[in-house]
Design a protein around this ligand. Structure first.
Ligand SMILES: Cc1ncc(C[n+]2csc(CCOP(=O)(O)OP(=O)(O)O)c2C)c(N)n1
Ligand SMILES: [Mg+2]
Length: 564
């Protein structure tokens, strides 16, 4: 059928474009060149349109959950991504990943092929349904994981695509686009619409800037927080310029690790409530004005179990699309516009200069077993400018975030949603989306077991990721968060991790399984030199945890409360 439409395009007098082709080409115009997904019959027309597009390449993943994570990773570095799944069985498998993208503000266009309009009209009993002749059962579920959605037909296609693209860009969150399979093959009806580009209302912007400038001028001390959304919107340089123009110190939470180099002279450290460095804590909690650039997420993790003492009356929060000052909200003001206005300011006094944090020294003898004390400084020494590091939830992220890292890194983590298994496909999506940088995945083995099968896709599509898998015999972070670390539910099937790349088709990858520091140092050198992907399985101790986790382990009662 798709071919028939395409033939009509070339042989007929009138140029016709199918709905499926239109959707794919319109999303390509958003800067998307890869489409992650799993095929299925209801979505064949969309898959065909991708396969025959000169601009978008089909990237088949092992399952829809992986594809949704890979799309999240791609969107983080490219601004937007395309995810294609089939009706019901496919889209529901992707829900966790799409919801996570919504929580963490990553723009994934989720396109789902539905049963045909004709079958819907006749209430046919069809596969991938509940057998009830109802075709709306899953639309609401998938739509809830997005910030906007559309059910496409040939008449509304052009208008609806502009609406969802505009709205998804405004919120930087997923959009759900459902396309009945017969409509997907119909010629699209033209409509006269222009792309909706989110922009500030000039009057509102001037009003917000007047208040912000007045507050800055009055404040005796200012601290800025570049939020994770700065990274999602690719505004790192603008945020840095703004902070340099203000001359004030800036701090980050662990959701914004390295959003601006940690070696920047105005960096005041990582703020995490009671576990912050005392100087950082004083700068943040003692500031007259906290300038939140992008809407920091003050959750249980970023505030170290709600131990942050932040007086919201001292805050100005610049959101993606509004500015909040106390109870006053000024709507229709874009973050990027506020940043460029702030960057025009001149600092009233000499800029803040913090003490540069040096990288921790690499310690231990070559024959020593690998301990966490020796491991994390090694990661810091291994990483270099031009790397994008993907951190998995688990002991790894708690080990990495307090570790000072070199300049020029990009760090991606899913701190708020925290779904294990996320990091492996995300590293894949990032490697495809941003091939000019080297992607480094750091994961625990328990998380890796959820999504490791797409190491195969990395090999297939030439994504040369460097993978570190910490094999510590189970779910260490969970052992640490319980009185009894030996519950059997924290144990795992003992995989031979270092053999996975070969079994999954990455025959030319560098692989190693290391048990001593000397072996680890050699493997790190070889991984860095390798032109293909690299995979290092690191054997760690079952209860050897980084200091932040050990701290939590010693304070379980404070964290969770006592037994009632
Ligand atoms: C999808 C999902 N399921 C379960 C959890 C709960 N959980 C959080 S961390 C974790 C274990 C991580 O283990 P591993 O990756 O081996 O890291 P380690 O802490 O051992 O270094 C689990 C099961 C979760 N966050 N997400
Ligand atoms: Mg583990």
């Amino acid at each position: 059928m798709t071919n028939q439409v395409r033939q009509a395009e070339t042989s007929g007098m009138m140029k016709t474009v199918s709905v499926a082709d239109y959707i794919v080409e319109r999303l390509a115009a958003e800067g998307i060149n890869h489409c992650f997904g799993v095929a299925g019959d209801y979505v064949f027309p969309i898959c065909d349109a991708v396969d025959s597009s000169a601009k978008v390449k089909w990237i088949g993943c092992a399952n829809e959950l992986n594809a949704s994570y890979a799309a999240d990773g791609y969107a983080r570095v490219r601004g937007a991504a395309m995810l294609v799944t089939t009706y019901g069985v496919g889209e529901l498998s992707a829900l966790n990943g799409v919801m996570g993208a919504k929580a963490e503000r990553s723009l994934v266009f989720h396109i789902v092929g539905m049963p045909s309009y004709q079958h819907r009209r006749l209430h046919k009993i069809a596969h991938h349904t509940l057998g009830d002749g109802v075709f709306g059962n899953f639309v609401d579920l998938s739509a809830d994981a997005a910030c906007c959605h559309a059910i496409i037909n040939p008449e509304n296609c052009v208008v609806e695509m502009e609406r969802v693209i505009g709205e998804a860009r405004r919120n930087n969150q997923p959009a759900y686009i459902a396309v009945p399979s017969d409509y997907a093959l119909s010629p699209v009806m033209s409509a006269d619409v222009k792309p909706i580009v989110p922009r500030s209302n000039e009057v509102a912007l001037r009003k917000a800037m007047a208040i912000i400038e007045e507050r800055i001028n009055k404040a005796k001390s200012v601290v800025a927080f570049p939020a994770f959304t700065i990274l999602r919107l690719g505004l790192q340089k603008q945020a840095q310029k703004t902070i340099e123009a203000l001359g004030c110190p800036f701090a980050t939470t662990l959701m914004e690790k390295c959003v601006i180099d940690e070696g920047h002279p105005q960096f005041a450290g990582m703020y995490a409530g009671a576990v912050s460095d005392p100087k950082t804590r004083q700068i943040v909690e003692g500031a007259d004005l906290v300038l939140d650039l992008g809407g920091v997420n003050w959750n249980d993790i970023t505030t170290a179990a709600y131990s942050a003492q932040l007086d919201l009356s001292r805050f100005i929060t610049v959101g993606l699309d509004d500015v909040r000052i106390g109870d006053e909200v000024i709507a229709s003001v874009r973050l990027a516009d506020v940043l460029s206005e702030l960057a025009k300011l001149k600092p009233s006094s000499a800029p803040y200069r913090g003490a540069r944090q040096e990288l921790a020294p690499v310690t231990g003898n070559p024959s020593d077993k690998i301990t966490m004390v020796a491991l994390y400084p090694r990661y810091a020494a291994f990483l270099r400018a031009g790397d994008t590091v993907v951190l998995e939830t688990g002991s790894t992220s708690l080990g990495m975030t307090p570790t000072t890292l070199p300049d020029g890194l990009r760090v991606e983590a899913q701190v708020l949603w925290g779904s294990i298994g996320w990091a492996t496909p995300v590293a894949f999506g990032i490697a495809l989306g941003d091939p000019g940088r080297r992607t480094v995945l750091i994961t625990g083995e328990g998380s890796h077991q959820l999504t490791a099968n797409d190491i195969g896709a990395m090999g297939r599509f030439g994504a040369n990721v460097i993978v570190f898998v910490l094999n510590n015999g189970g779910y260490l972070i969970e052992r640490a968060l319980e009185e009894n670390p030996d519950w059997t539910y924290n144990d795992l099937a003992p995989w031979n991790y270092a053999e996975l790349p070969k079994a999954l088709g990455c025959a030319d990858w560098y692989t190693a399984r290391v048990t001593t520091l000397g072996d680890l140092d050699d493997a790190m050198k070889a991984a860095r030199a390798s032109k293909t992907g690299a995979y290092i399985e690191i054997i760690g101790g079952k209860m050897d945890m980084p200091p932040a986790l050990a701290f939590a382990h010693s304070r379980l009662r404070e964290m969770y409360g006592g037994t009632p």
